[in-house]
Write a protein that binds this ligand. Structure first.
Ligand SMILES: C[S@@+](CC[C@H](N)C(=O)[O-])C[C@H]1O[C@@H](n2cnc3c(N)ncnc32)[C@H](O)[C@@H]1O
Length: 315
């Protein structure tokens, strides 16, 4: 399992998630199953986990446990699944009250398995990988399609918004110029197209931003996250926990805003008495960060932020 992915902020996230060892929990991002395994180890025989992943490699490699149900789909549909499971006989329980899950965990982004598999095209470390980057291998949109067919202005927007790339306009122009001579098929083609904008000795810093931007677009990560937060919040029982680990500022801002206001824009709505109408309540005001020790053992933990919220009973 550790070869597939080393789980980040494991003890902190799992302790925050579990409020009832007989409860029903969702792991929205199964990956190598590190978080799920830790949750299962703390549940009783009646406890259960429903785990989602849109990558079939994750589902196929899953551990077997009678308390675990796997769903090969996008976590944005979590509310539909919660409704379906709540009605199904296998999941029928005495509690017919509001909500379904006692806790929902999401550990966003890509797994080490995805990142380290050259053919998946997520990493610029492999020079001639196909420009793919799909988390769900059955999805239509690939990174090649984005770089070869998007309008230059859209490329610029993606680079700026999702990658915070300096000089996004110039970079979009370089991509457009290169593709008009020849289609960009591999990571090497892309890197050569933008080579002029890669500072010598620190190429990887800019490339990391460019690849992040493309990955977010290919997988429509922001849209999925927004739908997920809405659905997750409605699927939680009152008092149930939402635990989210993010890896970049855009994601973290969306999660923070949602916890504060109930929408990703962070617009606070009040009732006629001036009471804030947010369905969640923050459990930790500031995000929990990995220790230096954890980062030293797992560099992928370095940008992680953990936010924990609880479903209010009264909204
Ligand atoms: C950081 S990894 C999770 C690692 C996992 N916590 C572990 O301990 O092994 C993120 C996983 O979430 C999946 N994922 C990302 N976005 C998703 C989405 N919208 N729907 C379903 N799965 C998603 C990815 O395919 C990847 O396997």
């Amino acid at each position: 399992m550790s070869e597939y992915h080393i789980p980040v902020l494991l003890a902190e996230s799992v302790s925050a998630l579990i409020t009832n060892p007989d409860g029903t929990y969702a792991d929205a991002t199964f990956g190598g199953g590190g978080h799920t395994a830790a949750v299962l180890s703390r549940l009783n025989d009646d406890g259960r986990v429903i785990a989602f992943d849109r990558d079939i490699d994750a589902i196929n490699g899953a551990l077997k446990d009678p308390r675990l149900t796997l769903v090969h789909n996008n976590f944005r549909f979590i509310e539909n699944y919660a409704e379906q499971f709540k009605r199904s006989l296998d999941f029928a329980r005495d509690d017919k009250g509001e909500g379904f899950f006692d806790g929902i965990l999401a550990d966003l982004g890509v797994s080490s398995h995805q990142f380290d598999t050259a053919e998946r095209g997520f990493s610029f470390r492999f020079e001639e990988s196909p420009l793919d980057m799909r988390m769900n291998q059955e999805a239509k949109l690939t990174a090649a399609e984005v770089v070869n067919s998007y309008e230059e202005a859209d490329l610029e927007r993606i680079l700026r918004l999702y990658g915070e790339v300096d000089g996004a306009r110039n970079m979009a122009r370089l991509v457009a110029d290169a593709r008009s001579a020849q289609e960009l098929r591999t990571t090497g083609d892309l890197d050569r197209a933008i080579a002029r904008m890669l500072p010598r000795g620190a190429e990887h810093k800019v490339l990391a931003k460019v690849y992040q931007a493309l990955r977010i677009e290919v997988n429509q990560e922001m849209r999925s996250l927004e739908k997920f937060l809405d659905g997750a919040c409605r699927s939680l029982k009152p008092g149930g926990r939402l635990v989210v680990i993010t890896y970049h500022s855009l994601e973290d801002r969306m999660v923070k805003n949602f916890i504060k206001a109930g929408n990703v824009e962070g617009v606070i709505q009040e009732d006629v008495y001036g009471r804030v109408q947010a369905p969640l309540e923050a459990v930790n005001r500031k995000p929990i960060l990995p220790s230096e020790e954890e980062i030293a053992g797992n560099t992928r933990a370095r940008s992680a932020k953990l936010r924990i919220a609880q479903r209010r009973a009264d909204v």
